[in-house]
Design a protein around this ligand. Structure first.
Ligand SMILES: NC(=O)c1ccc[n+]([C@@H]2O[C@H](COP(=O)([O-])OP(=O)(O)OC[C@H]3O[C@@H](n4cnc5c(N)ncnc54)[C@H](OP(=O)(O)O)[C@@H]3O)[C@@H](O)[C@H]2O)c1
Length: 252
């Protein structure tokens, strides 16, 4: 069975990935959508009752990885596209944050993504793709979002190194690095335009365009996709200006 898998598909960017993947790839037998909120996943079945398969799992629960692996095996899945999208952040200084929440950011953004990538690759073939949703936060550390930006730096590095490993097998791994988007991410992270000057002034990315161009970039075999000229420039500057200076501007 030829499938695509999207983690964090119950909202925001993941939901948009679902809509566009269903439309762009009609030959896929099913699109598996992973998230915790089962009622949201079930509602999304209305997009295509036959092809959308809700897979309600909490990716902070390590046993979820085995469950997915078992499902892939039982269904003889051939994964054509795997979108590692589930993730969250939190605004605040490390010393003032709940340490369990900070650990969970690392567990979801890094650990789940790593384990799921390793599992997914066993079911991928030449021409398959993996899209790892990263962030502009990966280019330079962001004080007040220290753990989140560090986790995304891991995702960026992991994705590029993994792409190097899988290129010989004809599997492309793409890191997508968007700037802020108007999704539930902001409320989950406790970000408002009042408590973060950076989020109040930065240009926002359109999730519809981000997904459209990510799918295109993955097909073309690209390594990294950064939406908007402003953030492409930021990525370039982050490579040449010392981080100690950059962090004054990158502070959230
Ligand atoms: N929005 C932005 O400003 C922005 C900017 C750059 C990068 N990003 C990245 O884009 C990705 C998507 O975020 P978004 O903006 O679409 O945010 P969102 O609307 O909050 O969506 C996050 C998704 O992750 C799922 N999720 C959260 N915890 C989970 C868990 N423990 N197990 C399984 N699924 C879980 C959520 O579903 P449930 O709650 O139902 O589990 C939801 O579907 C994230 O990796 C984020 O870091 C976002």
């Amino acid at each position: 069975m030829k499938i695509a898998v999207i983690t964090g598909a119950s909202a925001g960017l993941g939901k948009e990935f679902l809509k566009q993947i269903l439309e762009k790839y009609p030959t896929l037998d099913e699109v598996w959508i992973v998230a915790r909120r089962v009622e949201r996943l079930n509602e999304l079945r209305s997009l295509d009752e036959k092809r959308v398969r809700p897979v309600p799992l909490d990716l902070l629960d390590y046993s979820s990885y085995d469950k997915l692996d078992k499902m892939f095996k039982e269904e003889k899945a051939e994964i054509r596209l795997f979108v590692n999208n589930a993730g969250f952040g939190s605004l605040g200084n490390v010393a003032e944050e709940d340490y369990t929440k900070l650990g969970n950011i690392v567990d979801l953004n890094c650990r789940a993504l790593t384990s799921l990538s390793a599992i997914a690759l066993r079911y991928m073939k030449k021409g398959s793709g993996m899209i790892n949703v990263c962030s502009i936060a990966s280019f330079c550390p962001n004080p007040r979002m220290t753990v989140y930006s560090s986790s995304k730096a891991y995702v960026n590095s992991f994705s590029q190194s993994l792409r190097f490993e899988t290129k010989k097998d004809g599997i492309n791994v793409l890191a997508v690095c968007p700037g802020p988007m108007e999704t539930e991410f902001l409320s989950v992270a406790g970000i408002t335009k009042q408590n973060s000057k950076t989020f109040a002034t930065l240009p926002y990315c359109d999730p519809v365009k981000v997904v459209k161009n990510s799918l295109k970039a993955c097909e073309k075999g690209r390594a990294v996709y950064t939406p908007r000229a402003f953030f492409k420039f930021y990525r370039f500057v982050s490579k040449i200006v010392p981080k100690s200076i950059m962090m004054h501007a990158a502070k959230t």
